[in-house]
Design a protein around this ligand. Structure first.
Ligand code: TYD
Ligand code: MG
Length: 453
């Protein structure tokens, strides 16, 4: 590369911030590999000079009138729930999820529902206008007044949004956009970050609610746009097992509402339909009791949810026995197995262990520990757990069973759905008996395992 050419972009390390004028594998600053990403070189401008800026006036916090932001209902009830009541003007939302999970569908449904009362814009970078129209027809929204823009060049999208000033705009997807100012390919970290930053600035400036769609990589991270999580106000993830029709929208970050609230949908012929009472969705309803299955009550936002945890324990044939968790935390599994051996005397070191949360849900809370271990013990012994049993509780490294938040609500939900036994942490034991539920409260993992005999 010739030195005479003034570089338009620099390569900055995502870890330490060091910059280089051309890409290289190793960061010159911190020595980490593959951390350099392209970004725009900023021309030094005079207004940036701190010495010339006038100081801003200060306001005491107590003097500021706090008010709740007015909500823009999306017309899709479960999406509103995940958002904490709807969009807010100027809010920037990132909707992430695997390809084909239903991101475009739910957003088109929402725009169509809103289009009667508000100006809406759908920017499609992935599908042709005809494809979008066909989908809209299938959703029964073929006649909705949604404006469509098929465009991937950032500058043109910005100009259009600035002219049209829609109240709600969807960009599907951020990975297809590119800015003329950068040399990197669409979908690269540099492009994704730059496009999102510029769109965000514009949305904030004119009060447009902006939804960015982002695809997720195999590792579960938004491809490249991990950086986006800091830029946007709200991060929603769309999840679910592609082979089942149920889908969840979960808030991971929300400057305008609660996190971990979930919206539950069923994918139908005519789009996504909200499921108002989802607590029994994630059970697989075995005809008779099978080993390796334990029902847990998890708590999602404001709703308890019953989820079946399955485990399969089988003789290992390799040097290293396999430990695989689907929908549960992988690293926690190894830790739990160690606790199970050490504190309850159940050894799995010569066994492959697989665990799975049924229905494609992802359970991040540690209250899954006890159900996971019960399912493992049940599979190892080839013996089903007692019928109509639910469990929850965190298991500590010292072998103690720790309480889970909102224990009462979990128990009540289980009783409502016809469960008759609960194996739970001592600290969650209800003060008043829950009708129809026989509760066994344990303090130690060993007691929980012993109670199964
Ligand atoms: P889509 O919204 O295109 O997913 P994403 O934008 O996240 O990639 O959803 C695609 C899937 O949804 C596809 O497999 C077909 C299915 N689908 C239905 O089952 N019913 C419908 O009414 C629609 C529009 C899509
Ligand atoms: Mg799509």
């Amino acid at each position: 590369m010739s030195r005479a050419v003034k570089p338009r972009s620099v390569y900055a390390c995502t870890e330490c911030g060091a910059t280089a004028t051309k890409w290289q594998g190793q960061c010159p600053g911190c020595g980490l590999w593959n951390t350099l990403v392209e970004s725009l070189a900023e021309a030094p401008s005079r207004s940036r000079h701190a010495g010339l800026a006038a100081p801003s006036p200060l306001t005491p916090l107590a003097r500021i009138a706090a008010k709740e932001a007015a909500r823009i209902a999306t017309g899709v009830g479960e999406l509103d729930r995940a958002l904490g009541g709807g969009f807010v003007a100027g809010q920037v939302v990132l909707l992430g999820g695997d390809p084909g999970i239903g991101k475009s569908t739910v957003l088109l449904q929402a725009l169509a529902a809103m289009s009667g009362a508000r100006s809406t814009l759908y920017v499609t970078g992935e599908e042709s206008p005809e494809q979008v129209a066909l989908r809209a027809q299938r959703l029964g929204a073929g006649t909705a007044a949604v404006s469509l823009l098929a465009e991937t060049q950032l500058e043109r999208i910005l100009a259009t949004v600035e002219r049209e000033k829609p109240e709600v705009a969807v960009v599907d997807s951020i990975q297809t956009l590119f800015s003329e100012a950068l040399a990197s390919a669409p979908g690269s970290v540099a492009q994704v970050r730059e496009c999102a930053a510029q769109l965000t600035r514009l949305a904030k400036a004119q009060g447009t609610t902006l939804v960015l769609v982002g695809h997720v990589t195999k590792e579960g991270a938004l491809a490249g746009p991990r950086v986006l999580e800091h830029i946007v106000d709200t991060v929603l993830y769309f999840e679910g097992d592609p082979n089942s029709s149920f889908r969840l929208i979960r808030a991971f970050k929300n400057r305008f509402g609660p996190v971990n609230e979930i919206g539950v949908f069923a994918m139908t012929e005519r789009g996504l339909r909200g499921v108002a009472n989802p607590s029994a969705l994630f059970l697989s309803h075995h005809r008779e009791a099978v080993p390796g299955s334990c029902i847990m009550v998890t708590n999602e936002g404001t709703r308890p949810l019953l989820v079946e945890i399955q485990a399969l324990v089988d003789d290992a044939h390799g040097q290293m026995p396999r430990r695989l968790a689907v929908g549960l935390e992988q690293n926690r599994l190894a830790m739990l197995l160690a606790a199970l051996h050490r504190h309850a005397g159940v050894a799995c070191y010569d066994q492959d262990v697989f665990v799975n949360a049924v229905g494609g849900v992802r359970i991040a809370e540690p209250a899954a520990d006890l159900p996971v271990l019960l399912a493992i013990v049940s599979s190892l012994r080839g013996k089903p757990l007692p019928a109509k049993l639910v469990a929850f509780g965190e298991v500590g490294l010292a072998g103690e069973v720790r309480p889970a938040p909102r224990g009462q609500e979990r128990l009540r939900e289980a009783a409502k759905l016809g469960f008759t036994r609960a194996l739970i942490p001592k600290a969650n034991a209800p003060r008043h008996p829950v009708e129809g539920l026989e509760v066994a409260a344990v303090e130690r993992l060993a007691d929980a395992v012993a109670s199964l005999r």
